[in-house]
Design a binder for this molecule. Structure first.
Ligand code: SF4
Ligand code: MG
Length: 315
């Protein structure tokens, strides 16, 4: 609620604080138990930063973060330790997020070393169990990440994220670095695991077709703010915000008949810098429907239909 993540900009020899990059600027949303909330937007819109801030991988500049009703936004890192097992992250690039000098077994059991007092035998049994759960052959437990394909490496990353029985997982572009042919396998695995283990996901992606497939509700971010949030069907079938309309107009339809009459909306100009966002609506420099008021007054995210929120003066 009211989450802000600003990164200070320092300049000159005195390293004076000259401003802030407002990566996440007053964002509020709820994720319900067992659901998948998609967080979409172009690269640089703040969605990854938002996901990391929610997990307290950053100290938020302002705002409240509650998990199971408990405030974690203000906890110190040592106070957070007992909460860590509850919430985990699956990263975009399994290549970069796995230590290349550690065997698969040691990568997966690292969280167990850190957070449990399990014996070596117990840990190995748990590693095997996790490898089974993500569809990795147990015989490969002593191999190293480079011996695996991208899809298998992402399975290793998922097994590690599951090691401590989390309830909530932030998946940050979990398939973006994978070949298209194996993306569906990894997505299916995430869906199966969600059902079996009762997981809740925040699914960060710029792939709107994939998000439509996997998510129950979707939030659209632009320049550090949520501009629209709705159930999947409402968002894809009847978007309210001009930015969402533009994003969706660029998604190819599986059914060519549906593409007919659909006009692709080309946005002019570039996304402004998050260090210097527009005074009014963050989208006003590119919005095809911009009005005078948009240039001075920031629209708030309001509920326009049950469960359907948007931030736009047109509504
Ligand atoms: Fe466009 Fe104005 Fe709505 Fe912003 S508030 S999206 S500029 S119409
Ligand atoms: Mg990102």
């Amino acid at each position: 609620n009211g989450l802000k993540m600003y990164f200070p900009i320092h300049a000159g020899v005195l390293r004076r604080h000259v401003g802030d990059v407002k990566a996440v600027d007053d964002v509020s949303f709820t994720i319900y138990e067992g659901e998948t909330l998609g967080l979409v937007g172009e690269s640089g819109c703040g969605k990854s930063t938002c996901g990391r801030a929610v997990l307290r991988l950053y100290d938020p500049t302002a705002g409240s973060i509650r998990i199971d009703g408990h405030e974690i936004g203000t906890l110190s890192q040592s106070q957070l330790r007992p909460k860590r097992p509850l919430m985990q992250m699956v990263f975009q690039d399994p290549q970069a997020s796995l230590n290349s000098r550690m065997s698969v077994a040691s990568i997966i059991s690292e969280p167990l070393d850190e957070h449990t007092k399990m014996s070596r035998e117990e840990k190995l049994a748990r590693v095997y169990e996790l490898m089974d759960a993500v569809g990795l052959n147990r015989d490969f437990a002593n191999r190293y990440p480079h011996e695996f394909s991208g899809g298998q490496r992402q399975r290793i990353g998922i097994a590690r994220a599951l090691a401590l029985n989390p309830k909530f997982i932030v998946c940050d572009e979990p398939i973006a670095a994978l070949d298209v042919s194996i993306q569906a396998q990894v997505v299916n695995l995430l869906e199966d695991l969600q059902e079996k283990l009762g997981l809740t996901y925040l699914f960060i992606s710029h792939d709107l077709s994939m998000v439509r497939h996997i998510c129950d509700r979707v939030a659209v971010m632009y320049l550090g703010r949520i501009v629209e949030l709705a159930s999947r069907d409402a968002l894809y079938e009847a978007p309210l915000h001009p930015y969402t309309e533009a994003l969706l107009s660029a998604v190819p339809e599986a059914d060519p008949d549906a593409t007919e009459g659909k006009q692709r909306i080309i946005l002019k100009g570039d996304v402004p810098s998050p260090a210097n966002p527009p005074k009014g609506c963050n989208f006003c420099t590119r919005c095809p429907k911009v009005m005078e008021i948009c240039k001075t007054v920031k629209p708030e995210l309001k509920e326009h239909k049950p469960g359907h929120f948007a931030a736009c003066h047109l509504l």
